[in-house]
Design a protein around this ligand. Structure first.
Ligand code: SAM
Length: 296
């Protein structure tokens, strides 16, 4: 899809105001990268629908203004908006707990899109790497340029082996663990690539590092056309979980530190529906898992 981008290299322009020094250009995003607009719109305006899940993402609102995107059609996908706001809260809680224990550690957003976790997770001494495909990094460099050497944008293709070295991440015997988040990404990749990405994390990460991922149930694979927001992008769901435990078969260093299901947002009815569906769906319809890299 083609989008117009207004950018002046600043990150804090007054929302909704076209500044005289803004340059306007066109960018073209392929199907999967274009899905970054879905979480961006949810974080910017989803609190209108779910005020109790408001993540107060002022950066997302500003970025949508710069992109001149009509996000009304995206907000019609209420399920996706709920999923994104819920996952943002859970990831924030896990990340805050991690950085309380390791205030100087590095965080990494893999397939970051235009998310901006460092606005909430800056401890004053930690570092953050936002990594995505080249076309998305070009967008980020225009709209969210690196800040104070502690937040950088990096180009990576997770479908290629060696992404750990591409991002210059520390060796497994480094003292400080890492916090990696890969949200809204793995479901678009073939299962073999997902296994390779998690195996690379397990082989390379310092002990105590955490890899947070979100997953759909395997029942959703091939069903993207039924999604109000993903369907029109042409992207497809290619990977889903049959059961959460299968993640542990990828590498002996992996263990599940935390896992949550979005069914918790629907109260006891969500719990009952999930319990009834699990024999058939295997894993929750949408869940978050924090994998930890154990000591060798
Ligand atoms: C739905 S968006 C999620 C963006 C972001 N994580 C968020 O929650 O706002 C999917 C993102 O995955 C990225 N992505 C897909 N395949 C990738 C790959 N092979 N390597 C790196 N990033 C990838 C896309 O470019 C896109 O930014």
């Amino acid at each position: 899809m083609a989008i117009s981008i207004r950018s002046c290299g600043r990150t804090h322009c007054p929302p909704g105001e076209a500044l005289p020094d803004c340059r306007v250009r066109q960018a073209r995003l392929q199907a999967v990268p274009s899905t970054l607009l879905i979480p961006l719109a949810a974080r910017a305006h989803g609190a209108r629908l779910y005020p109790w899940l408001d993540c107060h993402d002022t950066q997302a609102r500003h970025l949508l203004d710069c992109l001149e995107v009509d996000c009304a059609p995206l907000l019609r996908d209420r399920v996706a908006v709920l999923n994104v706001l819920w996952r943002t809260r859970v990831i924030m809680a896990w990340a805050e707990a991690f950085f309380r224990r390791h205030p100087e550690a590095t965080g990494v957003a893999l397939g970051c899109g235009l998310s901006h976790y460092f606005q909430w997770l800056d401890t004053g001494v930690n570092r953050w790497i936002d990594a995505d495909l080249p076309e998305v990094c070009a967008l980020r460099d225009a709209l969210l340029p690196p800040a104070r050497d502690r937040r950088v944008n990096a180009t990576v293709d997770l479908s290629r082996a060696g992404w750990w070295d591409t991002l210059h991440l520390p060796a497994f015997d480094a003292v400080a663990p890492l916090f990696l988040v890969c949200e809204g990404v793995l479901m678009y990749l073939p299962p073999a690539q997902v296994r390779d990405i998690l195996a690379e994390f397990a082989q390379r990460a310092p002990a105590g590092s955490v890899f947070v991922l979100d997953a759909i149930s395997h029942l959703g694979v091939g069903q993207a056309r039924h999604s109000v927001s993903v369907g029109p992008t042409g992207a497809e769901f290619r990977w889903g979980l049959r059961q959460t435990g299968e993640l542990l078969d990828i590498h002996p260093r992996l263990s599940v530190a935390e896992s949550r299901s979005v069914s918790e947002c629907y109260g006891w009815m969500g719990w009952a529906a999930e319990t009834l569906c699990l024999p058939w769906s295997g894993a929750p319809l949408y869940s978050l898992v924090a994998l930890s890299a154990d000591p060798r």
